[in-house]
Design a protein around this ligand. Structure first.
Ligand code: GDP
Ligand code: MG
Length: 177
């Protein structure tokens, strides 16, 4: 069989979404291979990355999809969301507009995604505290009102990145077990 599916009890798909430049691809490369890039190269972005994670007594293979920059043109197709059990919705704490646009991404997620999709709202670039435009409390209360999990991260400093994926994966595991 396909070696990718061996030694794995359970495979699921999750997607990264949010404005261009918020750090989606760097969050994924941090999580999947512990790498960070100072430059942004959206067009060479991978379609998805895999990582095995142990949850309770099972090995879960997370297949995380990243965009190849289509979000810049609001041209994400419904197939991107199809079958996804989880979504990581990212904004940039130093760019107010990316937080304002979270509503639009949420609407799209709820239109095209699974009804019981686990959504984690992520305020990325927490290292840029000098130029912060969105308070942590604001992100948190928006998430609470919308029934989302919430976390601030820094892909640059590798803060909370692992936790975001672990929270999402264990929540999905709770739902599907
Ligand atoms: P994407 O368009 O959402 O995939 O964003 P990228 O991952 O390509 O990142 C866009 C830019 O933000 C790049 O220049 C990254 O180096 C930078 N970046 C990503 N995450 C962080 C972070 O946590 N802190 C800082 N300071 N910069 C970041
Ligand atoms: Mg990208």
């Amino acid at each position: 069989g396909d070696s990718i599916d061996e030694e794995c009890d359970y495979l699921f798909k999750a997607v990264l979404i949010g404005d261009s430049g918020v750090g989606k691809s760097n969050l994924l490369s941090r999580f999947s291979k512990d790498e960070f890039r100072l430059d942004s190269k959206p067009t060479i972005g991978v379609e998805f990355a895999y990582r095995n994670i142990k949850v309770a007594d099972r090995i879960v293979k997370a297949q995380i999809w990243d965009t190849a920059g289509q979000e810049r043109f609001r041209a994400i197709t419904s197939s991107y969301y199809r079958g996804a059990l989880g979504a990581i919705l990212v904004y940039d704490i130093s760019r107010r507009q990316s937080f304002e646009n979270v509503r639009n991404w949420l609407r799209e997620l709820r239109e095209f995604g699974n009804l019981d999709m686990v959504i984690v709202l992520v305020g990325n670039k927490s290292d840029l505290s000098q130029s912060r435009e969105v308070d942590e409390e604001e992100g948190k209360s928006f998430a609470e009102a919308e029934g989302l999990c919430f976390m601030e991260t820094s892909a640059l400093e590798n803060v909370n990145v692992e936790q975001v994926f672990l929270v999402m994966i264990s929540k999905i595991h709770d739902i599907t077990r």
